[in-house]
Design a protein around this ligand. Structure first.
Ligand SMILES: [Ca+2]
Ligand SMILES: [Ca+2]
Length: 542
């Protein structure tokens, strides 16, 4: 939870630009199914239910955190534990509740026994695997020496930390799946696929099989063999092999500098005993970019979900003739396919700009709606089919929105007290209870942002507007003052981007006894000028 709290801080209004590197150890970035049980269990009354509920996979808190997560230039290193567990309780809470976290084809869960690996390794930064990330709580020692050594490595050589691998089941939006082979291979056989690499930003090759005896060998454009044993001699190439008892996934990631030319991908079965099947994927990065999204992560029941997708090539140019469709699965499992259009109608704001849209309106039922958007067409002379996935929630939640983004500031003549006020309306469909509004001041010279006060405004019913006021004893200088619902509020909000009000406050003073430099001095760039007691003169700035 500490990792989530830190990420929430980075996202929050109060973030002070004071984190360079973030190392998370076994943080449930995508939640942990264990929380499903603990949050509502009478067996563990000592567990704070609100924080535990936030760690349930797909909780509104996590979706808010992961949706459009702005890292604000923080480098993120996520550590995941890699114990293989087949314990009944783990299977029960993980595989039954969240099958996505189970190793493919079985009931094995790779985790640190608390948080699944696929939740702890947060894509977008650097992903590190270690045997144990929670041993300070549950292990025999106070810390795990392997983990501590890896943390030291990260701090000393952050640039050498491995990038997060692409998840096999879900190709990232920025890739085209150039080769997908599913085949059966017999002992001693070798099968070859040719990857006609024609530009882009490097590629990743994956081999997934039920046998650890298969191996992947790439033949470079100059005829060298690139595989797990020769990997280290190719600069910038990353090779990984990950096994559970039923599935082995081998991956080789080749950077742009080495990628150009024609490659062969060979699957070898030299030590295989029985014939087995495998899947081979080669993802070439960014010849085509597809990104599927919705206009919000959370919707009121019966509000249409706007499905959106952008399709461009690597130079962000349009690709003519692309067809795009989204498959939506509603909470009951009912599937529907919605074609998306780039024609200026169907909710599409600009025709022929590479952004496709349509509305999905069958949102009467509350729950999770999964969508999978597929774009297909021809780019660089080759056909492509790319899928991008996402999810949206339909539910009743509060949504506090600031009425005017411009904060109201009032400083009575001669006073040093600034009255700061902002109005918030609940445009959601459920009451926001026990609301606290935070007031911040950021010193525009020093850059420090501090919490200057909090005002409790009580509950806000749907469609109700309340005014929050705080009296601040201003200090001299230029400050950006802001007000927003507090991150400590114990409810989730539908949209965190619509609730901040800001204004600039410029206060200047003359010390009693000193002559002002100019009787008509105006504090530059300000909206309000105020003075400390004993000042000879004050002049509001127009
Ligand atoms: Ca468009
Ligand atoms: Ca809001």
């Amino acid at each position: 939870m500490g990792g989530l709290a830190t990420r929430a801080y980075i996202r929050s209004n109060g973030y002070e630009d004071d984190i360079q590197n973030l190392i998370t150890l076994g943080t449930p970035h995508l939640g942990t199914p264990l929380a499903n049980y603990l949050a509502w269990s009478a067996v563990f009354p000592f567990i704070e239910n609100f924080a535990t509920a936030q760690q349930i996979p797909n909780s509104l808190f996590l979706r808010g955190l992961n949706y459009k997560y702005d890292t604000k230039n923080v480098k993120h290193f996520s550590f995941a534990g890699t114990k293989l567990s087949e314990k009944t309780w783990v299977k029960l809470f993980v595989c039954l509740m969240e099958p996505n976290f189970c190793a493919k084809g079985g009931n094995q869960v790779i985790s640190d026994t608390i948080v699944p690996k696929s939740s702890s390794n947060f894509s977008g930064g650097s992903c590190i695997q270690t045997s144990d990330t929670h041993s300070n709580t549950f292990g025999p020692a106070y810390y795990n020496s392997e983990t501590m050594a890896l943390i030291k490595d990260v701090l000393l050589h952050p640039e050498q930390s491995p990038s997060c691998p692409m998840p096999l089941a879900l190709p990232p939006a920025n890739t085209v799946e150039a080769i997908v082979a599913t085949s059966t291979i017999a002992p001693s056989q070798e099968q070859i696929a040719v990857a006609n690499y024609d530009g882009g930003k490097g590629f990743q090759a994956f081999l997934e099989s039920n046998s650890a005896q298969l191996s992947m060998n790439l033949v470079t454009p100059t005829g060298s063999i690139l595989n797990a044993s020769s990997c280290a001699s190719f600069p910038g190439v990353i090779c990984t092999k990950d096994s559970s008892t039923t599935t082995t996934v081998e991956s080789i990631s080749v950077p742009e500098s080495l990628a150009t030319g024609n490659w062969q991908a060979k699957v070898s079965a030299t030590s295989l005993v029985m014939p087995t099947t495998y899947n081979q994927h080669i993802f070439i990065s960014r010849p085509v970019r597809v990104r599927a999204m919705t206009d919000s992560a959370s919707y009121a029941p019966n509000a249409p979900i706007q499905l959106l997708a952008t399709v461009t090539d690597e130079s962000l140019a349009l690709i003519p003739g692309v067809s795009v469709a989204t498959k939506v699965t509603d909470p009951a499992g009912f599937l529907s396919v919605v074609p998306l259009f780039d024609d200026g109608t169907h909710g599409d704001s600009v025709p022929a700009d590479g952004t496709f849209s349509n509305l999905y309106s069958a949102t009467g039922a509350e729950g999770l709606y999964l969508y999978e958007t597929t774009a297909s067409g021809i780019a660089r002379g080759s056909t492509f089919t790319i899928t991008s996935k996402g999810s949206a929630f339909v539910e009743t939640v509060p949504d506090l929105m600031v009425i005017s983004p411009k904060l109201t500031l009032h400083v009575p003549s001669g006073s040093t007290i600034a009255t700061i006020s902002a109005s918030f309306k609940n445009i959601g469909d459920r009451a926001a209870s026990n609301v606290t509004i935070d007031f911040y001041a950021k010193d525009l010279v020093k850059g420090d942002k501090v919490l200057i006060g909090q005002t409790h405004v009580g509950s806000i019913a749907p469609n109700q507007t309340v005014n929050a006021t705080f009296n601040w004893n201003i200090s001299v200088g230029r400050a950006e003052v802001s007000a927003a619902p507090s991150d400590t509020n114990l409810f989730e909000d539908r949209d965190y981007s619509n609730e901040q009000a800001t204004a600039e406050l410029d206060s200047c003073r003359w010390i009693k006894g000193l002559t002002p430099p100019n009787k008509n001095t105006i504090c530059a760039g300000s909206e309000i000028a105020a003075h400390e007691p004993g000042v000879k003169e004050m002049k509001p700035v127009p």
